[in-house]
Design a protein around this ligand. Structure first.
Ligand SMILES: [Ca+2]
Length: 93
C-alpha cells in the first residue's frame, strides 16, 4: 500500500512539491492583481459626486480631468473643488 505522507526534505520529490506550492501562490497573486483595478475603481467613487464615479483625492482633479462631464451634482465637502461658487453644480464653465 503506498504511503500518503508528504515527501521528506531529502526525497527527490521535495523540490517538485515546493515548486507546485510557489506556482499556486504566483497564480493567486496574478489573479489578485488582475482583479484589483476594477474593484478599486468602483469602491473609490467619492460620494460628493453622485452623478458618476469620481475617485477621492489624491490626486486632486480639475474639470478638464473629468471631461466631457460638465454641470454635475456636487455635494459637500467637494474635495476636488469642482463647485467654486457653492451652488451644488460642478464644472459649470
Ligand atoms: Ca457651481
Amino acid at each position: 500500500m503506498p504511503s500518503r505522507r508528504a515527501p521528506a526534505p531529502d526525497s527527490p520529490f521535495y523540490p517538485i512539491v515546493g515548486w507546485l506550492f510557489a506556482i499556486g501562490i504566483i497564480a493567486a497573486l496574478i489573479q489578485a492583481l488582475i482583479g484589483a483595478p476594477t474593484s478599486t475603481v468602483t469602491a473609490d467613487c467619492n460620494p460628493a459626486y453622485p452623478d458618476f464615479c469620481i475617485a477621492s483625492p489624491p490626486p486632486d482633479l480639475d474639470c478638464r480631468d473629468v471631461a466631457p462631464h460638465t454641470r454635475f451634482t456636487v455635494l459637500p465637502p467637494d474635495p476636488h473643488h469642482f463647485d467654486q461658487d457653492d451652488n451644488g453644480i460642478g464644472c459649470e464653465r
